[in-house]
Design a protein around this ligand. Structure first.
Ligand SMILES: C[S@@+](CC[C@H](N)C(=O)[O-])C[C@H]1O[C@@H](n2cnc3c(N)ncnc32)[C@H](O)[C@@H]1O
Length: 251
């Protein structure tokens, strides 16, 4: 009985907090849409914009993974599941290539996809981001669908796009070595820029057998003259959290 009464109060409170965080996302999309061109190349500005949109709420002790950025979590709400500086540096690097097409493997709550789509279309009016997931966790989708050049596809994996060449690929789905490798073979290797999330994440190492890190290290070992690798490992407390590895083809 007490549990049901508690749920009765908790549900509307959750809805209010969720709606509040989604309003911050929409405001952030507008900021990215209207910012002066002179600001777009400024990584500190982009990092600040990501912080102002807010990070996904993680209860203690998990919020520690954000380091000092934990203060930018949306209280009991949704948000980006990123280290702001890492994601800002990643998007700035991708923007230099002015991509038209981008695929994200693993949408989850969709906030990273929203920020990437809003930012990258400023560099190319034909830009379109496709984000795929085997499950629908994107609860903000109805609110943002018409605001962004974003295609959200549920129930598909990289197998459904095998051999298709996107300008940019962001691999962040199943983090087992078998799937990271499969995502790379299916779509990553055909992209000019292919990024991998969690190449330096101690928690992913424990939970998913270090698939992202192992695949990244193997890619590093087999690097040829026709490609470059960039590692983005920033963390306010120099901890091994997330990390983005970027493989860029030169040809
Ligand atoms: C770490 S989350 C993605 C986070 C998201 N990219 C972001 O930046 O917030 C991983 C997601 O991948 C999805 N997923 C798991 N296996 C997958 C697969 N084989 N193909 C596509 N998505 C997958 C999960 O349902 C989950 O939502």
């Amino acid at each position: 009985m007490a549990t049901r009464a508690f749920e009765f109060i908790r549900r509307p409170v959750r809805r209010i907090l969720k709606s509040r965080s989604e309003r911050k996302l929409v405001r952030g999309i507008k900021v990215l849409d209207t910012a002066p061109t002179s600001l777009l190349d400024n990584v500190e500005w982009l990092e600040g914009t990501i912080r102002s949109i807010g990070l996904k709420y993680l209860p203690p002790p998990y919020e520690e993974c954000y380091g000092l950025d934990a203060r930018y979590m949306n209280f009991h709400g949704d948000g980006l599941f990123q280290i702001p500086r890492q994601f800002a540096k990643f998007l700035s690097l991708v923007a230099m290539h002015r991509p038209t097409t981008f695929i994200e493997i693993g949408t989850n709550n969709g906030w990273s996809a929203c920020v990437a789509a809003a930012y990258l279309r400023r560099f190319n009016p034909d830009f379109e981001l496709t984000t795929i997931d085997i499950v629908d966790h994107f609860s903000a989708w109805p609110r943002v669908a018409r605001l962004l050049p974003l295609k959200f596809v549920v129930g598909k994996t990289s197998d459904d796009y095998a051999g298709k060449a996107f300008d940019t690929c962001f691999i962040d789905g199943d983090h087992s070595l078998a799937w990271v490798d499969r995502d790379f073979r299916n779509v990553g290797q055909h992209a000019r820029v292919c990024a991998f999330h969690d190449i330096n994440d101690s928690l992913t190492d424990i939970n998913d057998g270090a698939g992202s890190r192992t695949h990244w290290n193997a890619l590093k070992a087999s690097l040829s003259d026709s490609s470059t690798l960039t590692e983005i490992l920033d963390h306010t407390q120099s901890r091994s959290v997330m990390g983005i590895g970027i493989f860029t083809r030169r040809d």
